[in-house]
Design a protein around this ligand. Structure first.
Ligand code: FUC
Length: 755
């Protein structure tokens, strides 16, 4: 949809920039095409491009279900129902946790290093990443010569391209080499090329990479283990990389990719890359009409923010960066964005940069639909389909139950068993949570074929497991989930011991309520599975309801426990507030209790990891408190953001970037049922601005602008021709467009206009 109104962003407003080379990884700038990526350091005498390919994984798939699990399930439940928490935990440790899991980890490809001659009198240094074009640049002067490097990772041409130019001919000389911890098994240098072939040890993928130097003027030759460039006018470095993960021969793939890329000029490659990228990036724009500090380097702006200087345009940049990161790390046909998206250094990144499904990977995809990147959701949805195949085996072999289950984490090999300590591992809700993404995708895109063929079968398998997993609590006579945990949180038993497992953590019930409701809704759309629908309706009626404790907070467990960590980073019992919509303004008591829950967590030091803070922004948006959301957004940038704007858990973890991007959208537009709410949580710090191309459930795309804190203009495109109500404050407007592709324009919601 073409934006009719909206405050323009200047080119400077979409740049992350520094006036010095990266001192460390957290200052380097990421580029990626969803599959191959680089962190660019921008050194003057030593440029480092740290390279990644998304399927470079060690490990492999092996079955590691604990054979004693199914037999001990009833015993563990009985112990928990009778209050023997520690005993149950010990038994779960022995009988439920799988062992002999092959260790697996996402790994870097290697470091491409360009070493330049010693430079004196360097001036005018600048290094930036333009989020408007997805091109990173480094430029500086040495005496009267100006040097420039441009780097991008092209999706249409499947290559990372780095171009070096200088203002005077014959000025570019450097040595190029590539390294990896532990070295590559096979490296072949020819006069302008490096070819790599490496098998990740002891288990894992085999990958190939090929680096080609195209030199204009001067010369390039192989000198030992470097390619030496002398006195060139310009140089183009083309990098291709692939693995056998998807069943292809990576040597053949990288060679083909090279010949395709080399058949084009640099300008052609760049134009094709920018145009591909902009089809995604330009689809949604958030813009605030406030003074811009873009003439200051980004790291200086972050420091100034910490010192209390307001910089609202920095949030706009953060939003753009979040979308940039999803476009760069999640493309159709590939793996989903992992804990670090695509960018990870070394062979053992934190948490193996895996796929944690007890919030993290879901959070990565929160912005996908609402910020108009629906097609980028696909890698995660495909991943869930693979996880479901594995999860059916695990449900049967681990619990003797039908349906499909996954626990707290998984990897590129899609394991669904559990391992480690019950505190994080005894949680069979990973798939049940994740499949809400299928339903979300359907709600925005409205594709019934997708719902029938891809989404519903997986949603149904997850629901089938949950339906047979629930048991009756002997005291309350309600259905409860267990043995389970409230993710990673602990309780204190009456005996004063710290334990983790219970029967009936609130989050499980919220997830199951959400799942059953979505499966019921999907089966109605598809006019399928009436009996199963009735079964789920019956279970829903008996499911333990969300309760409010004596202290006014939402109860995290079915019983009141003393909490060893009252500021715990997971605020799992607010799943019903966000991402689900069980706690809404229709129920003021629950809304009040949800707020008390967050306030209590925050008062005890909660929200201290990046992703936790990002979740809180979404919570406050749903509580319709724009200023509290804004305060937490500010705090995310002050306390949990690295100089290159990557989210800091610590260490770097990308979920917070995505979670906060979704949170900003959630402050400006919310949609549930067939109601779209405009500016539900607009903070006073953003009096005038616009968001264009923001999406709503039901297949709507909106351009919204506001002025002096009030809605000014709305433009709505209905892609599916569905009816909905638009609401701003207490004013509602019936969108009666019934033809797909119809557009409506409304001035301040007062009257439809005909622009
Ligand atoms: C979850 C969190 C941790 C971390 C890890 C990758 O388990 O509890 O804080 O983010 O995932």
């Amino acid at each position: 949809m073409t934006a009719l109104l909206g405050f323009s962003q200047t080119a400077a407003d979409t740049k992350i920039w520094f006036n010095h080379p990266a001192l460390n990884w957290n200052e380097a700038l990421p580029v990626g095409n969803g599959r191959i990526g680089a962190m660019i350091f921008g050194g003057i005498e030593r440029e480092r491009l740290q390279l990644n390919e998304q399927s470079i994984w060690s490990g492999n798939r092996n079955d590691f279900v604990n054979p004693a699990a199914a037999k001990s399930l009833a015993k563990i439940r009985a112990l928990l129902f009778s209050g023997h928490y520690k005993e149950a935990e010990r038994l779960a440790q022995q009988t439920m946790m799988g062992d002999k899991k092959i260790h697996s980890s996402y790994q870097m490809l290697g470091d491409l290093v360009l070493e330049f001659p010693k430079q004196n009198d360097v001036h005018s240094y600048r290094r930036d990443l333009d989020l408007g074009t997805a091109v990173a640049s480094v430029s500086y002067g040495v005496k009267d010569i100006y040097y420039r490097r441009e780097v991008f990772s092209s999706a249409p041409d499947e290559a990372i391209v780095c171009r070096l130019t200088a203002s005077k001919p014959a000025s570019i000389s450097f040595d190029l080499s590539i390294a990896r911890p532990g070295n590559f098994q096979n490296v072949l240098y020819t006069d302008s090329e490096i070819e790599i072939y490496h098998k990740v040890q002891p288990e894992g993928v085999t990958f190939a990479a090929k680096i080609k130097l195209v030199v204009e003027g001067g010369a390039v030759e192989k000198v030992g283990t470097v390619l030496r460039v002398n006195d060139a006018n310009s140089v183009t470095v083309v990098i291709t990389a692939a693995t056998n993960y998807f069943g292809v021969d990576p040597n053949i793939v990288t060679r083909n990719q090279q010949s395709v890329a080399q058949s084009k000029t640099f300008d052609e490659l760049k134009a094709r890359h920018v145009s591909d990228y902009q089809t995604y990036f330009n689809a949604c724009r958030f813009s605030l009409d406030v003074p811009s500090r873009s003439s200051y380097p980004t790291d200086a702006r972050l420091l100034a923010l910490k010192d209390g200087l307001s910089d609202e345009k920095l949030f706009e940049l953060y939003f753009n960066f979040g979308r940039y990161l999803l476009i760069s790390s999640s493309r159709a046909g590939g793996l989903p964005a992992n804990l670090q998206g695509l960018w990870a250094d070394g062979l053992n990144p934190p948490w193996d940069a895996d796929y944690h499904i007890n919030i993290n990977i879901q959070m990565n995809y929160w912005p996908a639909e609402v910020t108009n990147l629906s097609s980028l959701h696909e890698p995660f949805l495909n991943y869930l389909t693979a996880l479901n195949t594995d999860g059916k085996k695990t449900a049967k072999s681990m619990y003797g139950l039908p349906g499909s289950v996954a626990h707290f984490t998984s990897d590129a090999w899609h394991f669904t068993e559990t391992y480690g300590h019950p505190q994080w591992a005894m949680w069979p809700m990973g798939l049940a949570w994740s499949v809400r993404h299928f339903w979300e995708h359907y709600q925005y895109a409205g594709d019934e074929k997708f719902l029938r063929e891809k989404a519903y079968p997986v949603m149904k398998d997850a629901a089938t497991f949950c339906a047979s997993w629930l048991v009756k609590d002997p005291e309350s006579k309600k259905l409860v989930s267990g043995p389970s945990i409230s993710p990673e949180n602990t309780i204190k038993t009456k005996q004063g011991e710290v334990a983790t497992m219970v029967m009936g953590p609130t989050m499980d019930h919220m997830i199951i309520r959400d799942l059953f409701s979505n499966v019921i809704a999907a089966s109605l759309v598809l006019k399928a599975d009436e009996n199963f629908r009735k079964q789920l309706q019956g279970k829903l009626a008996l499911l333990t309801p969300t309760a409010i404790g004596d202290d006014g907070r939402i109860m995290e467990w079915s019983k009141i426990f003393e909490e060893p960590e009252p500021g715990h980073r997971h605020i799992s019992h607010l799943y019903g507030l966000h991402p689900a919509n069980q706690i809404t303004s229709k129920d003021t008591a629950l809304m009040k209790a949800a707020r008390a829950t967050i306030d209590y967590r925050l008062a005890h030091g909660g929200g201290h990891t990046g992703w936790s803070k990002a979740w809180i922004i979404n919570f406050f948006a749903r509580l319709l408190d724009g200023n509290a959301a804004h305060q937490n957004l500010t705090s995310l940038l002050e306390k949990s953001t690295l100089p290159n704007l990557f989210d800091n858990h610590p260490p770097f973890q990308i979920d917070g970037n995505f979670g906060a991007t979704a949170g900003i959208a959630e402050m400006l537009l919310q949609s549930h049922g067939d109601e779209i709410v405009l500016l539900p949580a607009l903070p006073t710090a953003w009096p005038t601005g616009s968001i264009n191309g923001v999406c709503a459930r039901g297949g709507f795309e909106l351009n919204v602008s506001w002025k002096d804190g009030k809605l000014d203009f709305v433009e709505v495109l209905t892609k599916l021709g569905k009816r909905a109500t638009l609401r701003y404050g207490s004013t509602t407007y019936l969108l009666d467009a019934t033809t797909p592709g119809q557009q409506l324009y409304l001035d301040g919601m007062l009257k439809p206009s005909h622009k």
